[in-house]
Design a protein around this ligand. Sequence first.
Ligand code: NAP
Length: 484
Amino acid sequence: MSATLTNWIGGQKQAASAGKTLDNICPATNTCISTIPRSGAVDIDNAVAAARKALKGPWRTSTAAERAGYLETIANTIEARLEEFAQAESRDTGKPVALAKSVDIPRAIANFRFFAGAIRHDETGCHSMPDAINYTVRKPVGIVGLITPWNLPLYLLTWKTAPALAMGNTIIAKPSELTPTTATLLAEVIHEAGVPAGVFNLVHGLGQEAGQAIVGHPAIRGVSFTGGTTTGAHVAASAAPHFKKLSLELGGKNATLVFDDCDLDKAVSGALRAAFANQGQICLCGSRILVQEGIYDAFVERFTNQAKGLTVGDPTAASTNIGAVISQAHRDKVEQYVAVAREEGGTVVAGGKRPTLNGPFADGAFFEPTVITDVDETCRITQEEVFGPLVTIQRFSNADDAVRIANTVRYGLSASVWTGNLDTAHKVSARLDTGMVWVNTWLHRDLRVPFGGVKDSGVGREGGTWSLEFFSEAQNICVYLGDN
Ligand code: NAP
């Protein structure tokens, strides 16, 4: 029997006001594991009322130290329930439990601990004049909306929730309807930590209904959105007339640049991880590998062999490298891109099809890790975000050529550069049109650094002080000291 998940509004569990529900399907088994409220504008109005009330209550005068204490309690509770959170994340997403246990849930815990520390050590500026002194105070934005995708559900929701709470805001969060469970567990944990009712409100539902109602609600003064570029454009257009603060973390088509002088073993394993981690469903995944001609053949051979050696299947098995993608519809999309690549002259050198699995996984949304060569930067397969276990490999001649190819796409989120030459590392990194570059590594994260993209990959930065700034309004106070 499947579970019934609820919204959390004003500290209370609630069904959708219209009584509607949605099925939550486990992509690995294609079975319904829970139902969630299909909320709409009325539920968002109710959440706004609760969030507005909470802004006038004890939360308004809470100190940074008190809020840091809540964040630490939340972190400790998630840590104590890590196994339960990891199992739930795997069931909703299809990702290996081992990945959820080693990456998703530990990172959610780290997000709360990091922002507890950040708010304790936060500083603001002071600007002296001969006859006056200016100082800056940070105030909460007010009610903020957090809209998150399905690929890293708790990881990304907590990346927004922790700084929003740290700065004293009240929250209306809407996770992807495909991955509602860990957000529901989080609401429970926040409630149990003693955070006042109405400070964190969770509203489940579809993007075009509950999400749209958040973006268009005049009382919600800021929206932090992570998701696809097309949705991001729609969110920006809907939020603009209300002059909301907006942070947009959007799609990517990131390049992995591999130079002749790299450590080949490390570059192959780094590029493999960048291509296929989380079934290739991380915005930062290196889905375009560019390899210098001197090592191209050796790289393709090693990379392809290693891709073929990845184990696809049961997300609960410790030996599994690749779980299910998020849904059967998404698996079909990845499959269609293989057909597109073939039409464009591409050669599928690994994968390219659904694996044959038995038992409970026979009807799951699995796809083999897929490697495609013989395509160039004019192809759709190298330009469009597939967001699945599919990677292309292209050849380049020199650094100018590599930078040119890397920068041809509309996106500008991240890149990784693999080289043994310090000069190449610095010069090529600086010429890449991306918000982030890793050298001889990938997804090596320090939570203090700016995170975000350029071009169609987004607007704004999150991380460290950037998150604290986004979730606050700076106010300048100028005190006149007199004429003498
Ligand atoms: P999506 O379809 O854009 O959805 C993201 C969120 O927006 C979901 O909660 C969705 O709700 C909601 N939404 C949809 N339409 C909306 C609307 N009109 N108004 C308000 N909210 C709306 O993205 P996704 O398929 O979940 O996630 C994959 C994408 O996210 C990829 O493009 C990936 O690159 C990107 N991503 C970017 C980052 C980053 O940091 N740059 C990180 C992770 C993922 P429902 O799904 O419930 O309808």
